[in-house]
Design a protein around this ligand. Structure first.
Ligand code: GUN
Ligand code: ZN
Length: 433
């Protein structure tokens, strides 16, 4: 019998301004660009004239007047915190106790968790985010609701059950045994490739709980690991008291073999020189969340020190400690804070784009699949086209230089400018119809 061939879709090419950073911070810009897509993957990317000549059979969609970027990659957000956004005026520990943990306790209710999970994935997509590493909930049912919502929408979401057994509130604590059992059940149900072992932070995890994390990570090399580190002075002091044997915060996670190339640690605002050196040696990544760092008064991320120590980092929104879902806003906030940091940097538009896209793919070890428009990668993209009468539309009329266009997009574009979002060429948002 003849083998059935998989159905092939005709090649399509998108014509617009196209920008991406396939190598760290080196901008590839096609002002009149063509992105050829076949079977959900990038078949070719270049100047439109070149693409049109190389693929005369491709159906062309004329999207001139807007800009195509790789879909944004948010390396740190909390799904149960969507409705926490806007809670200003707190420091981390007060904010957790007074606002956040009571809201997270609501996820015990399946219907509530389902609704919030839907809101969360819809908001990611509406802001142009195609991939995210998100904290799930302390409740297995709610965490399953996020996996399901992500699958339904077609977003690439990495998540896992949040693990804690002390110092939060009793409803949010599990025993280490239950944590192991419930984590295994979720890993088996949704597969290890999108699962992240997620102790909330060393503050709320006993050594027995961190041992459970160690066991889980050791059992399956496909898993990711994510948690928080070095965010806030009060948090850091408490972690030092809880783990008196640890030389610093990172040493707690190291003791349980949790730090490696598949680890993403959020914040690292107050990092020691030795910690930076060890993070680099292990190839771990930092999720840099500049809006959250400012909103919670955590501090200014020492970006120059991370770069000098060769520590990988990418952007995260930290919804709801941050100020929303916008990855362009995070790029802008990173730029603003580094301009005035004690050891300042002047981030280029290409660096901002890299941090919002390809750097996230590298942190998640999926840079062979997404993060830029090299041939063979998934067609994960955001099409930005500001509303006709917006300030941004006017600004863009004056600009031809790609770097200036990208700077203007980071400064002025929000969800209202996100016209279309595709994951593997499947539309997750299309506002043009
Ligand atoms: N540390 C522990 N939990 C949290 C959280 O929910 N948000 C932030 N920003 N830091 C944390
Ligand atoms: Zn966080």
């Amino acid at each position: 019998a003849r083998q059935a061939k998989p159905p092939t879709l005709p090649m399509q090419s998108l014509r617009a301004g196209i920008f991406h950073t396939p190598r760290n911070s080196f901008l590839v810009a096609h002002t009149d660009g063509g992105l050829a897509i076949e079977n959900g993957k990038v078949a070719d990317c270049g100047d439109y004239s070149t693409i049109a000549r190389a693929h005369p059979e491709a159906a062309v969609r004329d999207l001139r007047g807007g800009y195509i970027l790789p879909g944004f990659i948010d390396t740190h957000a909390h799904f149960p915190q969507v409705r926490m956004l806007g809670g200003l005026g707190y420091g981390l520990l007060d904010w957790l106790e007074q606002l956040t943990l009571p809201e997270e306790a609501r996820m015990a209710d399946a219907a509530c968790a389902y609704a919030i999970a839907q809101e969360f994935v819809a908001a990611l997509a509406a802001h142009g985010t195609t991939t995210a590493l998100a904290f799930g909930s302390h409740f297995p049912g709610a965490t399953a609701a996020l996996f399901t919502a992500a699958e339904q929408r077609g977003l690439r979401i990495f998540t896992g059950l949040v693990l804690s057994d002390r110092l939060l509130r009793p409803e949010l604590h599990q025993t280490p045994d239950a944590a192991y059992r419930d984590s295994r059940t979720l890993i088996e149900r949704f597969g290890p490739a999108r699962y992240a072992v997620t102790p909330r932070f060393a503050f709320s995890a006993s050594e027995a709980m961190l041992s459970v994390c160690q066991t889980l990570v050791k059992e399956d090399s496909n898993l990711r690991f994510t948690t928080h580190i070095n965010e806030n002075h009060g948090e850091i002091e408490q972690v030092a008291r809880l783990f008196p044997w640890a030389a610093d915060y990172l040493a707690v996670y190291e003791r349980f073999d949790l730090i490696g190339g598949r680890s993403v640690l959020a914040h690292n605002v107050h990092a020691g020189a030795s910690e930076l050196q060890r993070l680099a040696a292990r190839g771990a990544s930092i999720a840099h969340c500049p809006c959250s760092n400012a909103a919670l008064g955590s501090g200014i991320f020492p970006m120059r020190r991370h770069i000098e120590a060769n520590v990988r980092f990418a952007l995260g929104t930290d919804v709801g400690g941050g100020t929303g879902f916008g990855m362009l806003k995070e790029g802008l906030q990173a730029y603003l804070m580094q301009r005035i940091a004690p050891e300042p940097m002047n981030l280029s538009p290409a660096q901002m784009l890299y941090l919002a896209t390809r750097a996230g793919a590298e942190a998640l070890c999926i840079e062979d699949q997404t993060g830029d428009f090299e041939c063979g990668k998934a067609a994960d993209l955001v099409y930005l086209r500001p509303p006709e009468s917006s300030v941004l539309a006017g600004v863009l009329k004056r600009l031809e230089d790609p770097e200036r266009i990208i700077a203007a997009l980071f400064t002025l574009a929000g969800a209202e400018s996100v016209a279309e979002v595709r994951v593997s060429d499947h539309a997750v948002i299309d506002r043009r119809n």
